[in-house]
Design a protein around this ligand. Structure first.
Ligand SMILES: Cc1cc2nc3c(=O)[nH]c(=O)nc-3n(C[C@H](O)[C@H](O)[C@H](O)COP(=O)(O)OP(=O)(O)OC[C@H]3O[C@@H](n4cnc5c(N)ncnc54)[C@H](O)[C@@H]3O)c2cc1C
Length: 403
């Protein structure tokens, strides 16, 4: 890849995930004469959440209508679906069933229906016979919801296509170019230093660090949560994604089945607290300082059980057991054969934002900035789905701040 010169840039985007790539392209579309550079610390793009997620385009009926997630999911799902179809990228328009495990889930189904209506998202209520027609292996108690517009894609292929579009527009993409610090207008990176008029921080698991370097978002820290997937072999087939009714007070969707773009079935992801940001396996990505800080925070959360963290962590740690995870999933699809689910897939890590002052997890996207920088501090799920309209929103924020 190109070596960065000392040329000044108008816009510097930090982070080569889906948020950084779509934002850089949207900036270049809005300001065609501006110099837009994207820097990624790794040798390749999309190596973290954007390339390690479930690949589900979420329709947008889980989120309350006042949230940014709700604003962007419906249009993001539609726009990425159209994008995949236009570009001939693989997409599995398999939909999603949300099933009730007991009658006490019916209130949750009613709430999801209300949210779907408020967000302008199509869902269909079905009874047990309707569920049997959509996915004969799924079980519901009385009622369920079906979302026909939920789809599965190959996140890495979508990201590469969007990165190619960004380059074709004229965005400079530099890999192996970690952001180090900013001094006045000069940004120092692992690949050189150059002046940047405006910085957009889309650094995922490190977004808090870069924001703090700009004096922004000091009350926030990223808490990493690892998501593991358990893959079924080819004897396990499902026609649609099958999810439980979510606990809407919890940022994670609960154990569910995803049908991948090529028809495989996987259970997960879990949401286990990680001890450092890129703790994918063994000691990979280990940083002592990070470990000390994150472990201390998690111990304090465990002790105080803030927002039910101890219960959440304990429940999630038990899912490291393959039989336990398969047994939880069998509540949704009772005839799965645990022996068919033997392969753990590549995990992903959620960059979940924690407010240290209010001691709570942030549930929505958090974006803060000033006249020289904008920081995407909580690009949690479904930021992949939301990426195209979210990028337009970020560019509108940049336009307000930078003028
Ligand atoms: C397990 C899991 C499952 C998910 N499932 C779904 C799903 O089905 N559907 C959906 O819509 N969303 C899903 N999500 C959420 C979605 O993947 C993320 O919200 C989205 O990918 C966030 O994109 P991003 O660009 O902000 O972050 P990332 O993809 O993490 O990109 C940030 C980039 O910044 C780089 N970076 C970090 N520090 C620096 C630095 N100092 N200098 C330069 N670069 C730096 C990183 O290397 C990385 O490439 C899931 C997430 C996880 C973890």
């Amino acid at each position: 890849m190109t070596t960065p010169g000392s040329e000044a840039v108008d816009f510097l985007v930090v982070g080569g995930g889906i948020v950084g790539i779509t934002c850089a392209a949207a900036l270049k579309r809005k300001y065609p004469d501006a110099r837009v550079r994207l820097i990624e610390k790794d040798a390749t793009l999309g190596g973290h959440a954007s390339g390690r997620n479930s690949g589900v385009l979420h329709a947008g009926f889980y989120y309350s209508s006042s949230s940014l997630k709700a604003r962007f999911s419906r249009d993001g799902c539609r726009r990425l679906t159209e994008y995949c179809l236009e570009r001939d990228l693989p997409i599995n328009r398999c939909g999603k069933l949300v099933v009730a495990q007991s009658e006490s889930d019916h209130a949750g189904i009613d709430e999801l229906k209300r949210r779907a209506e408020a967000n302008g998202v199509r869902v269909e209520e079905v009874d047990e016979a309707g569920v049997a027609e959509i996915e004969p292996r799924a079980r519901t108690v009385g009622r369920a919801l079906f979302s026909p517009t939920t789809a599965s894609v190959h996140p890495g292929k979508v990201l590469q296509a969007l990165a190619a579009d960004a380059k074709a527009l004229g965005v400079e993409i530099l890999t192996a170019a970690a952001y180090i610090r900013r001094e006045s207008d000069v940004v120092h990176t692992a690949a050189g230093s150059f002046p940047a008029r405006f910085v957009v921080n889309a650094a995922g698991l490190y977004a808090d660090k870069i924001a703090h370097d700009h004096g922004i978002g000091r009350r926030y820290r990223i808490l990493p949560f690892k998501g593991l997937y358990l893959f079924g072999d080819k004897r396990e087939k499902l026609r649609t994604n099958v999810y439980p009714v979510p606990d809407l007070g919890n940022p994670f969707a609960g154990v569910h089945f995803t049908v991948t773009v090529d028809g495989h079935v996987k259970i997960g992801p879990t949401a286990t607290p990680a001890f450092w940001r890129e703790q994918y396996a063994g000691l990979s990505g280990f940083k002592l300082g990070e470990f000390a800080e994150i472990a201390a925070r998690e111990i304090s959360l465990l002790t105080r059980n803030d927002f039910g963290f101890r219960d959440l962590a304990m429940a999630e740690i038990r899912k490291y057991s393959r039989p336990r995870l398969a047994a939880l999933a069998a509540r949704l699809v009772p005839d799965i054969e645990p022996e068919h689910f033997r392969t753990w897939g590549p995990p992903g890590i959620r960059a979940q934002l924690f407010d240290v002052e209010q001691r709570k997890l942030e549930m929505d996207f958090v974006v803060e900035g000033d006249e020289r920088s904008l920081h995407v501090l909580n690009a949690v799920s479904p930021a992949f789905t939301c990426s195209l309209p979210f990028a337009d929103h970020l560019v509108a924020r940049v336009a307000e701040l930078a003028t």
